[in-house]
Write a protein that binds this ligand. Sequence first.
Ligand code: URP
Ligand code: ZN
Ligand code: ZN
Length: 460
Amino acid sequence: MAIILKGGTIVSASGRRQLDLRMADELIQEIGFELRPECDDQVVDVRGHYILPGFIDAHTHFELNNGVTGTADNFTTSSRGAIVGGTTSIIDFATPEPGGTLKDCLAEWNRLAQDKTSCDYSYHMTLIEWNTEVEAEMDSMIEEGITSFKMYMAYDNLRASDADIFEAMLAIRKRRGMLGIHCENGDMVNELIKKTRAEGHLSPHYHPLSRPPAVEAEAVERYLMMAEQADLPVNIVHLSAQRSLEAVIRARGRGQKVFVETCPHYLVLDDSLYDSPGFEGAKYVCSPPLRKKSDQEYLWQNIITDQVDTISTDHCSFNFKGQKELGMTDFSQIPNGLPGVETRPTLIYSYGVATGRISLEKMVDLLSEKIARQYGMFPQKGILQVGSHADVVVWNPQGEGVISVKTLEQAVDYTPFEGFQTVGKPHQVYLRGQLVAEDGQVIQSKKGRFISRGSSDWTC
Ligand code: URP
Ligand code: ZN
Ligand code: ZN
């Protein structure tokens, strides 16, 4: 049986048209003017709604152990949040054990995700070590459809040396892969934390002061210099600061190809929140930290001028009670990360589209099409056209709400966006043609499938 969405406005990154859409057998079968239903077709009246390609979140940690504690959410609960919010695909970070193989890591991530995930999913493979065995394993990762890799310049248990990063770049270039790096100068972070603690400064207020913009911008500059030398287009994940983006713009001016991802929390929250009463500032501890309002405004301006390519969430949820509280007497022990997969589309619509900062087409590009192109999923995902997966969000532009942990699907005990007024929300969410969420409720769960990805489009 086919489903026909009738009377809505189909939006892509390049424009909008008032057309009907027929989906069956997981795919979009037809798009046209006043499609005529066949006898057993189900017709859904979506007048007054936008029809958008399912959103893709290319930066999640659905289930992660940071060595001390595990995330409050897992693939089951995070992905329920994803579909309710309109995100039909995610790319999670698979992270090997020290000394472990990429193959074992992939098997572990499949064990965590398979039969539990309610959206489609893939992984970036994290390279925490670099040697000839790891390089040899990259080929089998690419055969499995894992075409993107992640490295860290901070966190002592994860970070790679410049030599490792440069060698990995050459290996990724040979295989036409995509590299994303967490850019913070790990030595500077360690020194600043040491100094701050020695001065007896232990509250969340000091988290951003131990990871200032220079720490990020220096790492971005170094990364871009290495990438230029390796002749590799690269991605910067969770870019937060004006100074970092200025470095990217300079590199682009020299002709370098760079992808930039930012996150909703850098666009709507700022570092004054670390001074919230009591220990509440811990709710906002993530790395890089929240920045100044001026950084926020700079990011928005550069979204408008296409200097920022994508918005994903860095969803990584730790409960306030019992987990963030691990750093009650020392901010450096607060588990890093914020939940966000469920709230990204409505936040970007409310604070980007509804305020007139960006068009809906731009939002579709930032949250779906560009991500699909960048990560080798296009045109299966990221666009509504005949033959593409029928991952569809029927968006209600009038739907007003207030974000509250009480009504979110995710399991974590707080949201950093508590009390945010929103306008615009998903009415229905279809995953490969099946209705999986409606008006904030999960209709069908655990229908997600692994996405085998192709080569990245380095030119998009
Ligand atoms: O604070 C953060 N961002 N936690 C998640 C891990 C990472 O750095 O991406
Ligand atoms: Zn990171
Ligand atoms: Zn992350």
